[in-house]
Design a protein around this ligand. Structure first.
Ligand code: NAD
Length: 388
């Protein structure tokens, strides 16, 4: 490693021209050393491929951070979502490289900066927010562009061979080429089970995912008047926790119900003998866990997901998002060594801050997950003027 030092001119001050030249040399030196990997990048340039439910939220969360910026977002074609990208000042790109598809944007009055390859060429990392199962095709594009990549929970663990949640395995993801932020349900399970596991050293879990039928912005999904069991047993949600914390033994069932607001998990966890915990100390543990909110359904008059999402709207994040996992205090009970509890998941947003921490892990800029979580959450709070 070599260092660029200020040129010496005895005791006299540098002229402005000399100073400007020195700054130029310094900048070139920084650029060269960044390219050779000697220096950490100052601002991480992040591409968002797929500007839908998750993509637009990840873009906002990136925009809130000081150490990263949105290099551009993609849309498959002109639609109302382009308006948001332009309003936010995010450069708009086409999901594909075909000239005729790119031209469609300007025909509808949306300035388009090019195709996906142009966006990948100016970015350090891409967050793939395409609909689930488009991963394999997109992965080829990222690999040929030589760029780091993050997929979402709609893709299988096998696509990347590595998965991520902030509290479970941040270190394992440091400097990785690519990974997958697990689904909203798996993120929720991981948030509350990992601290329990860290305390107990082992954990056996059975849980049922009571899933929202569709996101509020979806018109094509259901059921609208039925309860639909997921007839693949166990469901993928529980076992997916083991992609980030293999030591937790967990299985799950799932049913879809006619609501759009949140998922609810009904969880039974068997703690090992001698765990030393009580119902109260478990509640306290979660109260001290980042991105977990615990309230009393009866006393706080917050008995259902409807009131939970009303409380989320009061918090004031955009779209009424709730990044935290919600636990009903009066729904937690330890009976012998068996723990029962319910938690609620805002499916559209609990994975958003995890994506930000994940970017830092892959870029190798923050090894301490707690520091990254604090940085991410404080920046988002400042961005939406939520800090008192
Ligand atoms: P979405 O349908 O709301 O948005 C997907 C966006 O990607 C759309 O703008 C679509 O036009 C665009 N797109 C379509 N084909 C594409 C392609 N080949 N390449 C790039 N972009 C393409 O979907 P979403 O709900 O934001 O889900 C995105 C990912 O996040 C999925 O893997 C999903 O499973 C996961 N996820 C969704 C939720 C949720 O509740 N919505 C929660 C957690 C994780």
């Amino acid at each position: 490693m070599h260092y660029t030092t200020l040129p010496e001119r005895g005791d006299s001050l540098l002229t402005l021209t000399e100073f400007a030249r020195f700054i130029g040399i310094l900048q070139t030196s920084i650029n060269q050393r960044q390219r050779h990997g000697d220096l950490k990048m100052v601002t991480i340039k992040v591409a968002i491929n797929g500007f839908g439910t998750i993509g637009k939220r990840v873009a906002d969360a990136i925009d809130a951070q000081e150490d990263m910026k949105v290099s551009g977002v993609t849309k498959t074609g002109p639609s109302f979502g382009c308006e948001l990208a332009i309003k936010k000042g995010f450069p708009l790109y086409c999901t594909f490289d075909d000239e005729d598809r790119i031209e469609q944007f300007s025909k509808q009055g949306y300035p388009c900066s090019g195709g996906i390859s142009d966006l990948l060429a100016i970015s350090d990392i891409v967050v793939d927010c395409s609909p689930g199962k488009s991963g394999a095709e997109n992965l080829e594009k990222y690999q040929s562009a030589g760029i780091k990549y993050i997929f979402q929970g709609g893709e299988k663990h096998e696509l990347t061979g590595l998965s991520y949640t902030s509290s479970a395995n941040h270190m394992e993801n440091i400097n990785a080429k690519g990974t997958r932020v697990v689904s909203c349900n798996t993120t929720g399970l991981s948030r509350t089970l990992v601290p329990l596991f860290e305390h107990c050293g082992s954990l056996k879990v059975e849980c049922t995912m009571i899933r929202r039928a569709a996101d509020p912005g979806d018109s094509g999904k259901g059921p609208i008047n039925a309860i639909k069991p997921v007839l693949k047993v166990p469901s993928h949600h529980g076992p997916d926790v083991m992609t980030v914390k293999p030591e937790i033994e967990i299985n799950s069932l799932a049913v879809a119900v006619p609501t759009t607001l949140m998922h609810v998990h009904s969880i039974v966890a068997d703690l090992p003998e001698g765990h030393g915990l009580t119902t109260e100390s478990i509640i306290q543990m979660w109260a001290n866990t980042p991105r977990v909110i615990i309230m009393n359904g009866a006393e706080d008059r917050i008995p259902t997901t409807a009131e939970v999402m009303e409380m989320a709207r009061d918090i004031g994040r955009k779209w009424g998002d709730l990044h935290e996992i919600f636990i009903w205090e009066d729904g937690v009970k330890l009976v012998g060594d068996r723990l029962y509890y319910f938690q609620a998941i805002h499916q559209e947003s609990d994975v958003i801050p995890e994506n930000i921490d994940c970017i830092r892990a892959l870029m190798g800029v923050e090894e301490d997950w707690r520091k990254s979580v604090a940085k991410t959450d404080n920046s988002i709070s400042r961005y939406y003027s939520l800090l008192s």
